[in-house]
Ligand binder design. Structure first.
Ligand SMILES: [Zn+2]
Length: 335
């Protein structure tokens, strides 16, 4: 099947098509898959900050292939859910050896590991697990091994909810992203079965992950908009923590200096390096240049349509409550 037809057929149900399609070669599909053709309006749930800590006692797995994935795509929601009471754990599947600053593989691995721990600290996550698979080469591993390790962690940590790349997104170029997503989606339900990896059950209990927030680049089903307005600064901080790769780090200060060397300045970068770095991420990475730097629409634009200042977009899958009790209540008669 031609890619064009495949995408058209499979998304006719109505994905929200981000403007970032253009940068990923989807520009000519815009007329076929109109934004808002289906999963909009009442089909989209807008999730806002809850009062108190409704998630106290629940566990959240924040899963990324690389240290900058969650900061780029989902850090606002992570910060919100932690604020609402979740205990969070950061699982990073690759060792990030192919990206970032460092003259040797070992140096890059170490620099990314330090940044990854810092991302966890900024977002209030309790512990990090680095699975250490070779960067950009995760498609060469046997997926049973990755699933087995994830199932172990989901059972060990009794994970209720997870955030990860969308295994059902039709476009993703990075094998670490889509292999991680596929392994996570299989592992999260198998973890609840007493017949999969049964030797683990001599020391652990089965536990199914029942809520998933999936993010993606390129076309994606979007059925949940999370209001991250109170947490956007935390998201910015998590991106700045990615010093060795990503679009955060010292980029604002570098741009400010480059402009100064030419006798120019832009007020958004302020008068010192810290302000420049912070505002560079908030203004350019998350908004003005989002499509080029992240491959997703601006967080401001994602929120605008729903009356929110900043928002993140998800393909959310949650538990479906049983209707049997309601049916029995309505229909049961005396014997
Ligand atoms: Zn990545």
């Amino acid at each position: 099947m031609k890619r064009r037809n495949f995408i058209s057929k499979n998304l006719a149900m109505g994905a929200l098509i981000p403007a970032s399609c253009a940068s990923f070669g989807f520009a000519d599909h815009k007329s076929e898959i109109q934004e808002g053709s289906a999963l909009t309006g009442s089909d989209v749930v807008v999730e806002k900050l809850s009062e108190g800590q409704p998630h106290k006692g629940k566990n959240l797995a924040v899963i990324q292939a690389h240290c900058d994935d969650i900061p780029f795509f989902a850090a606002g929601t992570v910060a919100k859910l932690i604020h609402e009471g979740y205990t969070g754990y950061l699982i990073r599947t690759s060792n990030d050896e192919a990206a970032g600053i460092g003259s040797s593989t070992g140096e890059r691995v170490l620099n990314n590991e330090i940044d990854n721990s810092d991302v966890a600290r900024v977002l209030g996550l309790k512990k990090t697990y680095d699975l250490g698979y070779a960067n950009h080469r995760m498609d060469e591993y046997n997926i049973q091994e990755i699933k087995g390790r994830l199932i172990f962690l989901f059972r060990l940590l009794q994970i209720d909810t997870l955030i990860c790349f969308d295994p059902w997104g039709p476009y993703e170029e990075n094998p670490d992203h889509y292999i991680t997503a596929k392994a996570v989606e299989a592992a999260r339900w198998m973890a609840g079965m007493g017949t999969d990896y049964p030797e683990q059950l001599e020391v652990l209990k089965p536990h199914t992950v029942t809520e998933m927030y999936y993010y993606a680049r390129g076309p994606q089903i979007v059925n949940r908009i999370v209001d991250i307005s109170p947490f956007v600064d935390k998201k910015v901080e998590s991106l700045i923590a990615c010093k060795t790769q990503g679009a955060g780090g010292n980029n604002g200060a570098v741009l400010r200096k480059a402009l100064a060397d030419k006798g120019k300045k832009i007020s958004v970068l302020g008068n010192d390096d810290n302000t420049a770095n912070f505002n560079y991420v908030k203004h350019f990475v998350l908004d003005v240049d989002s499509e080029r730097l992240r491959g997703v629409p601006s967080d401001k634009k994602s929120g605008e349509k729903y009356g929110l200042e900043y928002a993140e977009r998800y393909h959310y899958i949650g538990p479906i409550p049983s209707k049997i009790d309601e049916f029995i209540e309505k229909n049961a008669t005396s014997k």
